[in-house]
Design a protein. Structure first.
Length: 369
């Protein structure tokens, strides 16, 4: 998808302070973690170390999930007219960023990733501390334990922040039901992904199922649903938002898959060809294995999940390009994004929210990292 937000909306891009929203989400997260730090202070220095890593894990990022939740709410409720309600809504949106941080901490450990956003992944950082301080036992096991526990803590906090966001109880309870389904989907989708990697094979359909449940639904569709439910949306409105959110979520993750192979490490914070090194059986890889000559497919398959230097990454990129998979994924991204925006233009939603959601759709699929 190469259209600008203005072109997608059919006119000038709507006024929205995206950077200001990200700042407000960060303030909400910081305040929540300040509260948790005060509660855990009696546990001493080790608890403080865990809190420090929690703060790092929720710092920065594009806040797509929070933004889709916020504008899912306003697509139903219309413009904000109460500062207290809006502040409570931002806290609710921030709960999705705690869920996302939990998923990333666990995902990095399961994928044996070394870095996240240019800094050591949680399990690597704690292992290095263990090693540097000369403690007993296995540093890697200590790092793994720390990552599992931090991910669990962030997952628990995501529920707590939504539950205590400050919006009226009835819509919050309804939104928590959607949130429960979201978490079940993403965790089970992650297990599907782990199983696909373990089997060392995935056809396009299997890879697409993983993509849909591990990422697409929880990145865009469910945040839209949570926000809309907080505004009192019925099932019909949620279904119409799904017509926009699910294909857009699939396009979003397909873009992420391309960045995992072709992304610039300086922008992504990951090594060149990181998904190839981690052996991820993405839709891109499944298409390449289907479309490449047998000898090239065998080389690609054998290289997945191994240490790769720049020359080897370049060779595998060439195989993927020659197979037609790269171009095919770009085409699918374009088609999915067009389907999503067409559905949104036809939906019964607030006009300003529609314009911002179209702007977010462009940002989600055109991004460089």
């Amino acid at each position: 998808m190469t259209s600008t937000a203005s072109e997608l909306a059919g006119g000038p891009a709507p006024a929205w302070d995206a950077a200001g929203f990200r700042d407000r989400v960060q303030v909400a997260l910081d305040a929540f973690l300040d509260e948790q730090a005060a509660r855990l202070a009696p546990l001493g220095d080790d608890a403080a170390r865990l809190l420090a890593e929690a703060r790092a894990s929720v710092s920065g990022g594009k806040r797509f999930r929070a933004a889709f939740c916020y504008w899912g709410y306003h697509s139903v409720a219309g413009p904000a007219d109460d500062d207290a309600v809006d502040a409570a809504l931002v806290r609710a949106c921030a709960s999705l960023e705690l869920l996302h941080a939990s998923a990333l901490v666990h995902d990095d450990y399961m994928d044996a990733s070394d870095t996240r956003r240019g800094r050591p992944a949680t399990h690597r950082g704690f292992a290095d501390e263990h090693r540097g301080d000369g403690w007993r036992g296995d540093p890697e096991q200590y790092g793994a334990a720390a990552a599992i526990l931090l991910g669990d803590l962030l997952l628990s906090w995501s529920d707590e922040l939504l539950r205590r966001c400050g919006l009226p109880l009835e819509p919050v309870v309804d939104a928590l039901d959607v949130f429960d389904r979201c978490r079940s989907e993403v965790i089970t989708g992650q297990f599907l992904d782990v199983s696909v990697q373990a089997r060392g094979a995935a056809d396009v359909d299997a890879a697409m199922t993983v993509l849909r449940y591990k990422s697409a639904k929880y990145s865009i569709e469910r945040p839209l649903h949570i926000g809309a439910t907080l505004a009192g949306a019925d099932q019909g409105r949620l279904a119409r938002l799904s017509s926009f959110g699910l294909p857009l979520g699939e396009a979003f993750q397909l873009r992420d898959d391309l960045l995992g192979v072709y992304g610039d490490p300086a922008a992504t914070g990951k090594p060149a060809g990181g998904d190839l090194i981690e052996g991820k059986r993405t839709v891109l890889v499944a298409l390449a294995l289907d479309g490449a000559p047998a000898s090239d497919a065998a080389r690609l398959d054998a290289a997945l999940g191994t240490e790769l230097d720049e020359a080897r990454v370049a060779e595998l990129r060439r195989i993927i390009d020659d197979s037609g998979a790269h171009a095919q994924v770009e085409s699918v991204i374009t088609d999915l994004a067009a389907r999503a925006t067409t559905a949104l233009r036809a939906a019964d939603v607030d006009e300003h929210a529609r314009g911002v959601l179209l702007q977010l759709a462009a940002a989600a699929t055109d991004r460089l990292h």
